[in-house]
Design a protein around this ligand. Structure first.
Ligand code: ADP
Ligand code: MG
Length: 290
């Protein structure tokens, strides 16, 4: 004859209540010590399973989103990057921009936390049960370029149009060819006023012509991207460099060069008729390019 504990293990396993099963002895021991009410005991038991499921759900969603790492706002040292307006970050953390299908663009030299902050926003969106997809600009162009050549661009495009939030990292590290540029424009147009894009770039808007090989299409892309958007321009030192310097691995002159390499372009105020830095406001650029 099985003991009650053995029968409980069997039942919990059959029901798929793995978290409770793993902690069964512990929960029972605690209960016999604390003598909670029946309701409190049941509450604790079920909460244990609910929490475990929530964690599993988040892990699965994070995996589906293809985040390169998980970093949060709590892990970001704002004191190290005084050029970031924390009020702007607080506003973004409310995730209102996602409900408004508005975009967020992080500009700045390498190592200043562009990807970290993008991932932190993505993580917060996933926590609020929103669909998120993360990809680098280069991988995006490669993937959609292949789909185009194989005659399945429309279907493949859905992966990048469907999520509420699309993170496009490292725009500008590598120039895009004509096909990549056309596809990028199509994607930005398809998401325009429908879903948010969080984008990072090491290039100020004035240099986007060199990414897309053509200032007219760069203007048309910026026009749609910036119409409803917030730009966070980070002009600081690389955090990686700081860590290497702390370890005594970086000579002083390299530090100075890295600091002076920070972006020269102006910060763009959120939700205004923004300068595209290609010499015209967003709506003027639209007229010029279409
Ligand atoms: P970028 O995308 O601008 O090149 P990352 O976001 O990849 O830079 O940052 C490089 C590394 O430094 C990451 O591990 C990131 O978590 C860390 N990092 C950058 N800035 C900060 C910061 N202000 N506080 C804490 N960690 C930071
Ligand atoms: Mg990065």
């Amino acid at each position: 004859m099985n003991t009650p504990i053995e029968r409980l293990h069997t039942a919990l396993e059959t029901l798929g209540l793995k978290a409770v099963e793993a902690r069964l002895e512990n929960l029972l021991e605690q209960a016999s010590k604390k003598e909670p009410s029946y309701a409190d005991f049941l509450d604790e038991l079920l909460n244990c399973e609910v929490e475990a499921r929530r964690t599993r759900y988040m892990r699965a969603k994070l995996q589906l989103a293809h985040l390169p790492f998980v970093k949060t706002f709590e892990q970001f040292d704002f004191g190290f990057q005084p050029s970031i307006d924390e009020r702007q970050i607080r506003e973004l953390r409310s995730l209102r921009f996602i409900h408004e299908a508005s975009n967020v663009i992080f500009l700045g030299p390498p190592g200043v936390g562009k990807t970290h902050l993008s991932v932190a926003l993505a993580e917060a969106a996933i926590r609020s049960a929103m669909g998120v997809y993360f990809i680098t600009a280069h991988d995006l162009a490669t993937d959609l370029g292949r789909a185009y050549r194989e005659g399945r661009l429309d279907r493949r495009m859905r992966i990048y149009v469907a999520p509420k939030v699309l993170v496009i990292d490292e725009v500008g590290y590598l120039p895009l060819d004509d096909l990549g540029t056309t596809i990028f424009f199509q994607l930005v147009s398809a998401r325009y006023e429908r879903g948010s894009i969080i984008l990072t770039s090491n290039k100020s808007y004035g240099d986007w012509g060199s990414i897309f090989g053509d200032s007219i299409i760069a203007t048309a892309i910026l026009d749609r991207l910036l119409h409803h958007s917030t730009t966070i321009n980070i002009r600081g030192e690389s955090y990686r460099l700081k860590e290497r310097r702390k370890a005594g691995l970086v000579p002083a002159r390299e530090q100075e060069r890295a600091a002076s390499n920070s972006l020269a372009s102006d910060s763009v105020p959120p939700k205004t008729r923004q300068k595209t830095a290609l010499g015209s406001t967003a709506s003027e650029a639209k007229e010029a390019s279409l």
